[in-house]
Design a binder for this molecule. Structure first.
Ligand code: SAH
Length: 392
């Protein structure tokens, strides 16, 4: 039996965990001096106050989510074999969903691996760790990756600001192979991602199905892909026969990848480097309109305290984006903010469209694709909202 310390849940607390949730909050546990003294990320036995097992998890006394459970019994091995089993399950699910090895392979709690994200680009994986507990387990994780996938490249994109809350340093490192540009195949199109310098892990797999939906409407249509990044929506629409495609973003390196991707797919796009709010106002003033407008901005609500200003920004974006959408056209508005609920986001989008004097019907409400599974007890962790409106 391992010598892991024990964390005890207070009487009558931990109800959600007992019902199957993988989180135990700091106010639910006995936070005595010995618990407080544990290094962030320590593996622990978790017991209910009657002495029954609540599971094995990792602990951080400084985090609101004090315990993230890895197994339902105490003393569970958390080693390369454990990781290999979880990775094998995650891989089997993606194998069922996709013909090509380009997807999110691990989506944290949704794949039973809290604090861990892995995006797969063929033989290369990009790993992002957000908790001290998972950081401490990098060694067995890497061993398991070798056993299950034997990737030619393992890139650690551990530069997400969320890490600082866990006391972790920010770094980007090629653990194996090299960083740099890589091809991404998705929905039959060829894109490029910069694994070392790009945003997040280099590519946003979460919008895959929403890109396909828009592309399905795009033949013969003009398309504005606002906040295009490397052209996820725009390139696919162009490939589906759009008459004109504008990719609009403030990042020159992202637009360069979009242009290279257009060339690789033998389509043409216009890449415009500008601030989206300013450019939409300029286009509207010139009465320039598009059949299809996509607006997929960075998160406007980064934390709970940003809810009101962020909600206002979504409303304004909806109004401006609607103003450049032709009558009879289609508008996709997306939010990747964890901290705005879908109903609130939809309400702000509706208010913005109406304030612009437009009539609209919501024709599709979707989220991330199935390679971003959600733990059924954590429905609030489904962060992506992607609403499509038909405008009169
Ligand atoms: N739609 C993209 C993902 C968008 S990510 C896809 O399908 O892959 C958000 C993008 O917004 C980033 O590329 C970032 O460079 C861009 N961005 C952030 N602020 C911006 C601004 N004010 N104006 C224009 N682009 C902006």
């Amino acid at each position: 039996m391992s010598k892991r310390p024990t964390i005890t849940i207070k009487p009558r607390e931990g109800r959600k965990a007992r019902a199957g949730a993988p989180w135990i909050f700091s106010n639910e546990i006995v936070m005595d001096a010995s618990a407080k003294a544990l290094a962030p990320g320590t593996l622990v036995h978790v017991k209910n106050d009657d002495g029954q097992d609540a599971g094995t998890g990792y602990f951080n006394s400084k985090s609101l989510i004090a315990v993230r459970l890895l197994a339902r019994e105490c003393g569970a091995a958390v080693d390369a074999t454990f990781f290999a089993a979880r990775l094998t399950r995650a891989l089997a699910l993606r194998g069922m969903l996709y013909a090509k090895p380009f997807y999110r392979l691990v989506h944290a709690e949704g794949d039973g691996l809290p604090g861990l994200t892995i995006d797969r680009f063929g033989d290369v994986v990009v790993v992002q760790v957000t908790t001290a507990g998972m950081e401490a387990l990098l060694k067995p994780l890497k061993m398991a990756l070798e056993t299950v996938l034997s990737p030619t490249g393992i890139i650690l994109r551990n530069d997400t600001p969320a890490r600082t809350l866990e006391g972790l340093e920010l770094y980007v490192r090629a653990e194996k192979g090299e960083m740099g540009r890589i091809a991404v195949e998705e929905n039959g199109a060829r894109y490029f991602a910069d694994l070392g310098q790009g945003q997040k892990t280099g590519w946003y797999y979460d919008q895959r199905d929403n890109r396909a939906f828009i592309a399905g409407l795009a033949s013969g249509k003009s398309v504005l892909d606002a906040y295009s990044y490397t052209g996820g929506f725009g390139i696919l629409a162009a490939k589906a026969g759009a008459s004109e495609t504008v990719c609009l973003d403030s990042s020159a390196p992202a637009l360069k990848l979009a242009e290279d991707s257009a060339a690789a797919n033998k389509v043409s796009i216009s890449a415009v480097k500008a601030d989206v709010f300013e450019e939409l106002e300029r286009l509207a003033a010139q009465k320039e309109v598009f059949d299809i407008v996509v607006a997929d901005p960075p998160p406007f609500v980064k934390s709970k305290k940003d809810l009101e200003p962020g909600a206002k920004a979504y409303r304004k974006l909806a109004r401006l984006a609607a103003a450049v959408t032709k009558p009879g056209g289609t508008l996709l508005l997306a939010s990747c903010s964890h901290n705005i609920p879908t109903e609130r986001f939809a309400a702000e989008c509706a208010a913005g469209i109406m304030r612009g004097g437009r009539k609209a019907s919501l024709i599709r409400s979707a989220g991330a694709g199935p390679d971003h599974p959600v733990h059924p007890m954590l429905p609030e962790s489904a962060y992506l909202k992607s609403l499509v409106y038909a405008l009169d």
